[in-house]
Each structure stands twice: as structure tokens, then as C-alpha cells.
Write a protein that binds this ligand. Structure first.
Ligand code: PEP
Ligand code: MN
Length: 339
């Protein structure tokens, strides 16, 4: 249930309504909007009796929320959320490019790639320090050493860094170093990890579970917002289908649906969707045409020797051209009001 205050409601009236909601045993979550304040009523076990609140001074109306997710829905908040990290803003128009290797391998490797992607227009550097690998025998990442290298990259290039917190054990550590904490596809429904992310003061990027419906994905994001962290970016990274020609199937229609259903910014990851270098460019360009708020792309200066996902990593020169195409496509589509 969403309670909307009148435009001229005073702070005292807002406070009194919040007090009243809490006294009834619910949680009140103020949602400041452009012209008016709305208050979400959460944790109600059954229907809320509108009569209880409608007569209170300053209250305009009560709107039932029809979706299972509340805080992430456009019903609750109509304006798109902008996730900010210093001067980087995700959700404000121009797509934010996050690029880098699958895994951090050494300072030299990370810096070499970071300098390339920055020159091409990336604002964020991606890289795994703790890697979720299908096989326990594959390279698992450098751990804290990898995070330290990423911090050095930030220092030297000014790029913001995004990296995965794979489990509770490493969450605090990742939170300490990262500008944005990534929750990977395999953890999308790790509810205790989501709650932990909800307590963080850092932005969180939530990847779609590889077999998750959009409702399940948005409910997972709801866990993070419910704990108080509203700085969440959604990432479509491809889902499992019968297709064998790609690693996953990039579900671009999900971008349109999520944009309609949720105020959270949405980005795509064409690298883990395609899984083959030759598919990354087309999928990235197609993503740009949907008006995504950003793209996460794997880049390696020497993919043949990469410790993971070399086969889907772009060469720096390829990324350079692709980045320009992404911005041009975005500009073209947004100019014509198609986004
Ligand atoms: C990654 O981005 O490094 C990654 C492992 O992605 P995903 O969780 O989408 O597989
Ligand atoms: Mn990878």
C-alpha cells in the first residue's frame, strides 16, 4: 500500500502519519518524490484498512500496490533511481561502461587493461578477485590481493571499481574496497547475502539469476531495498535456454519490462550472455538500442593467456570501436525519443 501526501503537507503532518502507521504495527518507508511525499506501508500481513489513514491531516490518497515487489516498483516510485559513485551516475541518461578482465591476474595486467578501457570511454573497471568457477580446479581469483590491485587501479586511473562479493565470508572485505558490490547470477536468490547487501552503504549490482523470471529477480532486489539500501543496479546477463550456440541467451525484452516495472537502473552484460567474442559486439549494440543505463564488458589485452573467460574477452581495440558505437546508438535512439 502506498500512501500519498498532499503537495502542501507539512513535515509535522508527515511525521504524524508515519507515527500512525508504525503504531498500527506496520513499517513506514518515506519515498520523497518530485512534488510530493509518498509513504510506503510495509510488512502488513493482510489488507490495510484505508479508513485508518485516509482521514489524517495531509493525506491525499491510498494506492494499493498490485505487484508482489513494492520498494523496487514504479508504483512506489515513478522516477528512475540514479545510482551515484562520485561523478559516475548510473540511470541518468548516457550509458556507463564498466569494462575489464574477467579475473584480476596481476597489477600489470589490470593496469594495462584499465588504461585501455578508460581511454575508450569506460567509467568503471570490472574484475573478479573472488571468482565463482564451475570447477573447483579452475582459477579461483587472487582474493584480497586482487582487491588491492583494483584499489591501485582506481588510484592511478580514477576509474570506479566493481567486483563480486561471492559469499558472506568475503562480503566485508569486498565492501571495504569496491565502489559497487556485484552479486553474481549464482547468488541472486542467496537471501542472507542479499540482506547483507541491503545493509551496505555501497551501491549493489544485482545480476539476474540464470534461470530466474523477472518477478524473481525483482523480488531479490526487494530484499536489498527492504534492508535500507536503495542504490541497486540490475544487470541482465543472459539466461539458460535450449540454445547451444551461445553461453546464455541475452533477454533484451527483459530490459523493456524491467524499465516499465521498476525504477531501478538496468544494465546488460553481453560478455557472459554471448560467451563468444564474436557475439559480444552485436549484443552490446543491441543493448544500447534498448536504452540501457550501462554495459559490463570483458576486455583483455592478451585473451589467449587469460586465466578465465579469454574466449569472450574483447581486444582493447575492439572495445574502443564498440564503445563509440554504443554511445552513438544511444544518442541516436534517445534523440528520437525512442527510449
Ligand atoms: C562476472 O561478471 O564475473 C560473473 C561471474 O558473472 P555472472 O555472475 O553473470 O556469471
Ligand atoms: Mn567472466
Amino acid at each position: 500500500m502506498l500512501l500519498v501526501m498532499r503537495q502542501n503537507a507539512t513535515q509535522e503532518e508527515i511525521d504524524a502519519v508515519i507515527g500512525n502507521i508504525e503504531a498500527a504495527g506496520f513499517t513506514a518507508r518515506p519515498i520523497p518524490g518530485g512534488h510530493r511525499m509518498a509513504i510506503g506501508i510495509l510488512h502488513n500481513k493482510g489488507p490495510v484498512d484505508p479508513a485508518r489513514f485516509l482521514g489524517l491531516p495531509g493525506v491525499k490518497e491510498l494506492i494499493p500496490v498490485t505487484r508482489p515487489y513494492k520498494l523496487v516498483s514504479r508504483e512506489f516510485k515513478s522516477t528512475t533511481t540514479v545510482v551515484r559513485m562520485g561523478d559516475v551516475a548510473i540511470g541518468e541518461g548516457r550509458p556507463v561502461l564498466m569494462a575489464g578482465p574477467c579475473a584480476i591476474e596481476s597489477l600489470e595486467q589490470a593496469l594495462t587493461i584499465a588504461k585501455h578501457v578508460k581511454a575508450a570511454g569506460a567509467e568503471m573497471f570490472r574484475g573478479g578477485a573472488f571468482k565463482p568457477r564451475t570447477s573447483p580446479y579452475s582459477f579461483q581469483g587472487l582474493g584480497e590481493e586482487g582487491l588491492k590491485i583494483m584499489a591501485r587501479v582506481r588510484e592511478e586511473t580514477g576509474l570506479k571499481i566493481v567486483t563480486e562479493a561471492m559469499d558472506h565470508e568475503v562480503f566485508d572485505l569486498v565492501e571495504e574496497y569496491a565502489d559497487m558490490i556485484q552479486i553474481g547470477t549464482r547468488n541472486m536468490q542467496n537471501f542472507s547475502l542479499l540482506r547483507r547487501a541491503g545493509q551496505s552503504k555501497k551501491p549493489v549490482m544485482l545480476k539476474r539469476g540464470m534461470s530466474a523470471t523477472i518477478d524473481e529477480w525483482l523480488m531479490a532486489a526487494e530484499y536489498i531495498l527492504e534492508r535500507g539500501n536503495e542504490q541497486v543496479v540490475l544487470c541482465e546477463r543472459g539466461i539458460r535456454t535450449f540454445a547451444k550456440h551461445s553461453r546464455n541467451t541475452l533477454d533484451l525484452s527483459a530490459v523493456c519490462v524491467v524499465r516499465k516495472e521498476s525504477h531501478l537502473p538496468i544494465i546488460t552484460d553481453p560478455s557472459h550472455a554471448g560467451g563468444h567474442r564474436c557475439q559480444v559486439g552485436p549484443l552490446a549494440r543491441a543493448s544500447a538500442s534498448t536504452g540501457v543505463d550501462g554495459l559490463m564488458i570483458e576486455v583483455h589485452h592478451d585473451p589467449a593467456t587469460a586465466m578465465s573467460d579469454g574466449g569472450q574477452s574483447l581486444y582493447p581495440e575492439q572495445f574502443n570501436i564498440l564503445a563509440r558505437q554504443i554511445f552513438e546508438i544511444h544518442d541516436l535512439v534517445s534523440k528520437q525519443g525512442e527510449i
